[in-house]
Design a protein around this ligand. Sequence first.
Ligand code: GLC
Length: 523
Amino acid sequence: MTRIPWWRHAVVYEVYVRSFADSDGDGEGDLQGIRSRLGHLRDLGVDALWLTPFYTSPLADGGYDVADYRDVDPRFGTLHDFDALVADAHAHGLRLIIDIVPNHSSDRHPWFREALAAPPGSPARSRYIFRPGRPGERPGEIQPPNDWPSAFGGPAWTRVDDGEWYLHLYAREQPDFNWRNPEVRSEFEEILRFWLDRGVDGFRIDVAAGLVKDESLRDLNGRDSRALNGPVYSRPEVHDVYRGWRRILDEYDGDRMAIGEVWTDGPEDLALYLRPDELHQVFQFDLQLAPWSAAAFREVIDAALKAVAPTGTAPTWVLSSHDSIRHVTRYERPESVPGIGHARARAALLLLLALPGSAYLYQGEELGLPEVTDLPDEARQDPIFERTNGELAGRDGCRVPLPWSGDTEPYGFSPGGVRPWLPMPARWAPMTAQAQASDPSSMLTWYRDALALRRRLLDDLPEDIDWLDSPGTALCFRRGPLICALNCGENPVRLPPGTPLLTSTPLYGDLLPGNSAAWLTPS
Ligand code: GLC
């Protein structure tokens, strides 16, 4: 029998480090805080943690602006704390994946400072993407070198004092590296080794499709920057980078892995990253993007399975992350039906965990946390808010610190009396991990039960699914000894013959109520 690597069917829990647990009372989460809460993750029943960036950073984009790739930001701890966290996570039976941010650095990275101090055309500038501007329509007017937009609003270029412009696909504090420069490549290969040597089990690669841009930096001319064969993302040369990374990962024991954050236009494109000498996994975001609809879910599941089938890898599934509106809130439609978002989120978990492949959970979903939509403007920190002049609220609403215990802010997130970096809602007392832990009807208990059952069943579950007949508002599939039924409609639907194992709402006989899901063993 072929040995199955740990990540292939893993449930990975995303820790947004700044908001998970604060041990030292500065209002921001840290590595020691994570260490102190590993028991929560073990009891939850996940297999691995993915830590968002904790590196030295001015936090212009919550740490996705790295100033030193080989150190821990003092706000988050020290390298010593990191080593202790790796050891403790492993002792708890948890793997540890870290985020690597290779598309861009912080503008405070020593290389970028050097680049700013060096003249146009210098080797220091060629580690980033500097270009002269181009003449505008009006006499004397200078325009950016091309028409690319920043993903956070405004142009993707900022002009420096000597008249050159530098490229930043994200905030201006995140200059893009020039991956055509071999020095950038070897630097990142060493960074990978630095963390592999410290015992990490894998990497989540930020903006994985973006590293190598079209050499001519041609205009988009109104096309979406993600468009297939466009100049910005998924250039053929990016695959060379990952072949090199794969060789490094393979040199280490213990099934070290890499998962790419790849937003693509088409499944063919996704499969390229999953060739046997490239990445182990890519995120498949379609479930997260789909509305609450059985037909839409079916379609994305089929497409996701089809996309990875030729590669021999297993799919990945995700409902929420630090970049998206929490799914409890996305599913809260119509808002007039109280609790509908939570009912659907419970049901969606059974779907997520019944599918072949691995599932990525986002911290707080096990507590049923909703998006915080009423943060005051002055509290908002996401650069999207500022760069769009407040037109877009940004992603702070899903990044509010976790409530652990107690009745008032900071709910055990920080030592008492400390104000967390984002305000926590007054209504969160019933949602703390402590309040939910001993409540059999809580979301936390639901997550624990579902994860525990998945773990028990996993060895017998094949990697393919067979769709079973169901009314249009529902979906139903069989995966070997497991049937998963999800009813996205309002009215009950009949379940196929079988013995219920877990149901998100009590059944009426063999009827599955609306906005619910069930797992059954076929009879
Ligand atoms: C990724 C991250 C996001 C970050 C961006 C720029 O999409 O998930 O949080 O803002 O990259 O690094």
